[in-house]
Unconditional design. Structure first.
Length: 267
């Protein structure tokens, strides 16, 4: 056997040993990885808190990748700021009202559903008919949470924000007038005070619109009561056509200062 043949044989043996060793290491490594994976799965099953942390980290990583790929800053908690509720989650009576208002006022049923639910909750606390609350909202703003009149009445219930600034202190200040639920709560408080002062719902509506010191409220109370009657029928399961909404009733005072005086006179 020549030296060249011997060298070739030695190289083949060496290569074979290296290949066998690599296979053994790979095989053992995969086996170890499999065992580790089994223990990892068992641990996650036994520790839901660890699984939740892992899911949150994975979600965060995926969202960060989404930002890079889509060039948009995502905010998973933004949904918490949305004033919206699935109407299917409401009681049948409230869902019927929400769908009817959505159709009539051309607004999405989800935000209207949240307002309907809030109106029923606050109505139960204040002993006010929720259909009256919703009717005031409908006539005042047509369910536009950013509405503002020429005299400064703002939001869903068209509350005179500057006149009732004290009522917004507990909500962080006057800018909360444009938060739908806050405006609803403050507006209901103003309406409740007006009714208590006037002695009846219809007279209280006259106070609410700023017509306490004048004879004619421009038909405001009649419009609210008519819409309330329609909503009551809808809530009790009767069929009511969702005709075109009335034009939101403007506050009656001729000037901003006059409106403030007229509204403040109700308290």
């Amino acid at each position: 056997m020549t030296a060249l043949t011997q060298s070739a044989k030695s190289l083949r043996v060496f290569a074979s040993d290296v290949a066998d060793g690599f296979f053994e290491i790979t095989h053992n490594g995969l086996a170890l990885l499999g065992v580790a994976l089994v223990f990892f799965v068992i641990t996650l099953a036994a520790r839901p808190d660890l699984r939740q942390v892992g899911e949150e980290k994975l979600t965060g990583w995926l969202q960060s990748r989404q930002i890079v790929s889509a060039d948009i800053e995502v905010e998973p908690d933004a949904v918490d700021r949305a004033t919206a509720t699935d109407p299917k989650d409401l009681p049948k009576q409230q869902a019927a009202v929400a769908y009817w208002l959505s159709k009539k006022y051309h607004v999405a049923p989800e935000p209207v559903s949240a307002l309907v639910a809030e109106a029923y909750q606050i109505g139960a606390r204040t002993k006010l008919d929720p259909t009256l609350i919703l009717a005031v909202m409908a006539i005042e703003s047509g369910f536009n949470p950013f509405a503002q009149s020429a005299v400064g009445a703002q939001g869903l219930m068209q509350v005179m924000t500057k006149v009732h600034s004290d009522k917004y202190e507990g909500f962080g200040g006057m800018l909360a007038a444009f938060d739908p639920v806050t405006n609803l709560r403050v507006g209901v408080k103003v309406l409740q005070d007006c009714i208590a002062r006037a002695g009846s719902v219809q007279a209280g509506l006259k106070y609410y619109v700023g017509a306490a010191n004048i004879q004619d409220d421009g038909g405001y109370a009649g419009k609210v009561m008519a819409e309330r009657a329609r909503l009551y029928k809808v809530a009790t399961g009767r069929s009511v056509p969702a005709e075109s909404p009335p034009v939101p009733a403007p506050k009656l005072a001729a000037s901003r200062d006059e409106m403030k005086v007229a509204t403040a006179a109700a308290y």
